[in-house]
Design a binder for this molecule. Structure first.
Ligand code: SF4
Length: 196
């Protein structure tokens, strides 16, 4: 059984697949406690793999399935990914903080290390290869990510409730991308569009 926070169909709001329709499976629970985290770590419903598959298959139009959290790598293995692939026919992507080894049969890895932040530094990032590296930017030194192999690198402003602070984070992120052009800007378009 798996503790699932929610399963829903929306658009990927961030990074390489931004704007792409996707089904999201949000696992409940994380091994880190980043100070800016907006995930409800305790909420969730216990579901079997078949129940998860049945819920995903209510959305046959989406070809992309995103495992997110919380930290999904705490709960999944290769057998889980293989079963999802076979029973949904979708491309299986994961969003991970990189603190745990990943199943080798995932189709897409979005690595979002949190080691630079208070509460996110409780475990080292052990994943060093990914399809996309997506980093929340709060002014940290970007050289710390140089040893991570990634086809695309995205910097994302840290969202916060304070509008002025949010604008300042955005500006700092834009300037960081301009001075480090190997990175590209990623915005959380689901927040702009006010969709889940
Ligand atoms: S790694 Fe992600 S889910 Fe876990 S505490 Fe940090 S922001 Fe929240």
């Amino acid at each position: 059984m798996y503790k699932i926070n929610e399963i829903f169909y929306s658009l990927q709001g961030e990074g390489f697949h931004s704007g792409t329709p996707a089904v999201f499976v949000r696992f409940s629970g994380c091994n880190l406690r980043c100070h800016f985290c907006d995930t409800q770590h305790q909420d969730g419903t216990m579901m079997s793999l078949q129940e998860i598959v049945d819920e995903i298959n209510k959305y046959p139009d989406a070809s992309l399935l995103v495992l997110t959290g919380g930290e999904p790598s705490l709960f999944i293995d290769e057998a889980f990914v293989a079963e999802l692939k076979q029973k949904t026919g979708k491309t299986i992507a994961i969003e991970t903080n990189g603190t745990r080894p990943l199943p080798s049969n995932l189709d897409w890895v979005t690595l979002s290390p949190k080691t630079a932040f208070e509460g996110g530094d409780a475990a080292p990032c052990v994943v060093k290869r990914c399809n996309e590296l997506k980093v929340v930017f709060l002014g940290q030194d970007l050289a710390q990510y140089d040893d991570i192999e990634a086809k695309s690198r995205f910097l994302q402003p840290c969202f916060c409730e304070d509008e002025k602070q949010c604008q300042a984070n955005m500006k700092a992120c834009v300037e960081a991308v301009k001075s480090h052009p190997v990175w590209r800007l990623s915005l959380q378009i689901h927040r702009v569009l006010n969709i889940p």
